[in-house]
Design a protein around this ligand. Structure first.
Ligand SMILES: Nc1ncnc2c1ncn2[C@@H]1O[C@H](COP(=O)(O)OP(=O)(O)OP(=O)(O)O)[C@@H](O)[C@H]1O
Ligand SMILES: [Mg+2]
Length: 199
């Protein structure tokens, strides 16, 4: 089994079975893993830039995106989570909840329910709240929210980083996780501030 070090705040630990899906058996530290994942995300974003797929709000596309972002590192990339986590719906509910969210997101854009940034913030939060995959949910859902902004609202991406590194502990990460927790309790204000939809 591969031993990986401490997770930053709000990161969800991996199940040993999921760690066994690591394609690189020589990895022993969180730093090495981060680097491999970062490189994979880079090639996944290149793929995203090239793809001609016009409909992104489908389960198939969400899974494919996850596979392209993480599939060089994790064998289970693009496959829904099968184990319970301290965040996320029961694994048996993932498909249905994701379909409902994708339909809602479409509806919001067609009916102007929310401003583009609020729609993207709500979409992002609900996607991470479902927690479709064993790992990589935050990064996948941040990219998915930016894609939703671009394709459905012709809107520039969210400034997630604000000049900081969101994947490691720090004030920006703290604010991000706190905002998601508030949204779990249906208070979206902190998240709307975080994404710049509110002053
Ligand atoms: N209380 C919460 N409610 C909703 N989502 C949460 C909550 N806490 C954390 N999250 C989300 O879960 C993500 C962590 O899950 P996971 O480890 O699968 O994603 P990741 O992409 O590997 O994480 P990271 O953000 O560290 O890159 C966080 O980035 C955040 O998006
Ligand atoms: Mg993680």
């Amino acid at each position: 089994m591969t031993i990986i070090g401490d997770e930053p705040e709000g990161a969800i630990p991996l199940d040993p079975n999921e760690l066994d899906g690591l394609r690189h058996t020589h990895v022993t530290t969180r730093d090495e893993l981060n680097q491999l994942e970062q490189a994979n995300i880079g090639s996944g974003l290149d793929w995203l830039g090239r793809t001609r797929e016009s409909e992104i709000l489908t389960e198939a596309f969400m899974r494919k995106l996850h596979e392209k972002l993480f599939g060089d590192v994790w064998r289970w990339a693009g496959s829904y989570r099968t184990t319970l986590k301290n965040i996320g719906v029961d694994p048996s509910q993932i498909g249905e909840r994701t379909r409902l969210l994708l339909d809602d997101a479409k509806y919001w854009s067609e009916h102007g329910t929310y401003s583009p940034l609020e729609a993207a913030a709500r979409f992002h939060h609900q996607l991470v709240e479902i927690h479709c995959f064993p790992n990589g949910n935050g990064r996948h859902a941040r990219i998915a929210a930016d894609l939703y902004l671009k394709k459905y609202f012709s809107h520039p991406p969210i400034d997630w980083l604000g000049g900081e590194d969101l994947t490691t502990a720090g004030p920006r990460r703290k604010a991000y996780i706190a905002a998601l927790r508030a949204a779990d309790d249906l208070n979206y204000e902190p998240l709307l501030r975080f994404v710049g939809a509110m002053n």
